[in-house]
Design a protein around this ligand. Structure first.
Ligand SMILES: Cc1cc2nc3c(=O)[nH]c(=O)nc-3n(C[C@H](O)[C@H](O)[C@H](O)COP(=O)(O)OP(=O)(O)OC[C@H]3O[C@@H](n4cnc5c(N)ncnc54)[C@H](O)[C@@H]3O)c2cc1C
Length: 409
């Protein structure tokens, strides 16, 4: 069997938001970077659609914002929830500082295609689709590359640094033997589409009722719907008649009416398992994990994509120069973790609180959903809606692009 051997300065495993953003930034800074993505394209439903003001701010710093906003997207200026029969505005992004006072709901494949297109303009950007990292290559206790399966056969990609950006089921972190701390999540999610009518609500929408939660994301002519279920309960539920499931959706949102019949069978419903975890240590000599591979995020707040992008920016800021000089040390890798660990912990603490105080009890049917005082205050004093908007939209310790575009990159 022939093995293709390639050499690069940085081998990034995973073409999600973390890997694509890091690949783009490194190539722009004059670093040679190979990004390995196991799929043939980015067209997979559902990966999250939310591009937050923090990410758009970075786009502006990179001079990409105008082109980015020319891609089809929907601007969402406030997040609204229906808790029992009370409608509350949970966050209002118009109150944020900066150029983009909204969340851009954009199919993630468009965002990733955009980064790929911009990245290809740099010599050092090598996106290898249909290339699945299977193992790490180790020499003398240091990771020196990746063994991958591709259409052309087995490839060995030798690199000064390997980045694990391969998401919450990361092969890289597992092969590296990095310990995972599981924080637990009480839910999984069933995804499906239902048509949207022009006179439907205009906001992203969540409905909480005893025993069920339905989140609906406006995608123009259809709603991307997330029916939240208790962790591990999907198998039992999916043995039942699809009509039962339609009734469960209707019980939460009767206004959908006969549209629930668009869910014809269980083939129209996709299960997404939710994980919340993190690595106590994100690195080993020659290897660093970022994004969900370092800290799997729950969908709560729709922050995971943006946190992954922030990790990528911090990693590029700290690593571009030593990568160009061929002088990455363990200290550089630990500085990336030190920079990003705190925002991760704060965000996960927020997600855990919502999980244990709201989602778990609501799904278990032990809590009658009613807006807590904090949400009532947001309703009574609209000025306060800027606080959750800031936490969700900008986040903790927002990053800024410090790398420069290299001459001749
Ligand atoms: C149900 C659900 C809904 C969510 N909704 C939202 C949302 O609306 N907004 C939001 O911000 N976040 C959301 N999240 C969280 C968000 O999806 C993640 O936090 C985010 O995608 C992390 O980005 P990443 O680049 O680190 O990893 P990923 O997006 O998981 O990307 C990893 C990439 O690596 C590739 N890959 C995996 N293994 C290999 C391998 N061995 N070799 C090569 N390639 C490989 C994968 O194909 C994938 O493209 C949601 C999460 C869940 C579970």
């Amino acid at each position: 069997m022939s093995i293709n051997t390639l050499t690069t300065q940085c081998c990034i495993v995973g073409g999600g938001p973390a890997g694509m953003m890091l690949g783009y930034l490194l190539a722009r800074a004059g670093v040679d970077a190979a990004i390995l993505e196991k799929h043939a394209d980015f067209l997979r439903d559902f990966r999250g659609d939310t591009i937050h003001p923090s990410t758009m701010e970075l786009m502006q710093e990179l001079g990409l914002l105008d082109a980015f906003l020319r891609l089809p997207h929907r601007k969402v200026e406030r997040l609204v929830g229906e808790i029992g029969n009370v409608r509350v505005t949970m966050a209002e992004f118009a109150r944020l500082p900066g150029a983009c006072k909204f969340i851009a709901f954009m199919p993630q494949w468009d965002f990733l295609d955009f980064l790929a297109d911009r990245g290809r303009r740099y010599r050092g950007f090598h996106l290898m689709m249909r290339t699945e990292a299977a193992d790490l290559i180790e020499q003398g206790g240091r990771i020196v590359g990746v063994r991958a399966d591709s259409e052309a056969g087995v490839a060995e990609i030798r690199a000064d640094l390997v980045i694990g950006a391969d998401g919450r089921h990361s092969t890289i972190r597992e092969r590296a033997g990095l310990k995972v701390e599981d924080l637990g999540a009480p839910m999984d999610v069933l995804w499906m589409r239902l048509s949207r009518r022009p006179d439907d609500y205009a906001e992203a929408f969540g409905h909480f009722e005893t025993g069920g939660i339905l989140i609906m994301v406006d995608r123009g002519d259809y709603w991307q719907c997330a029916y939240v279920i208790q962790k591990g309960s999907a198998d039992e539920l999916m043995k039942r008649d699809i009509g039962d499931f339609r009734s469960m959706i209707l019980a939460l949102s009767p206004w959908l009416g006969e549209r629930v019949n668009e869910v014809k069978s269980w083939d129209d419903v996709k299960l997404l398992t939710v994980a919340l975890d993190r690595l106590p240590q994100w690195y080993r000599p020659g290897l660093l994990c970022i994004g969900d591979a370092a800290h799997a995020m729950s969908p709560i707040g729709g922050v995971g994509i943006n946190l992954a992008v922030q990790d990528a920016v911090a990693a590029a800021n700290i690593l571009a120069e030593p990568l160009r000089a061929g002088a990455v040390t363990l200290d550089h890798l630990s500085r990336v973790q030190a920079r990003r660990q705190w925002p991760t912990r704060v965000t996960q603490a927020f997600q855990r609180t919502i999980q244990s105080r709201v989602i778990g009890p609501v799904l278990a049917g032990t809590m009658q959903p009613k807006p807590p005082l904090a949400l009532k205050l947001l309703d009574w004093f609209p000025a306060l809606r800027g606080i959750p908007a800031r936490f969700i939209g900008i986040g903790v310790r927002p990053e800024h692009v410090r790398t420069k575009e290299a001459a001749g990159a």
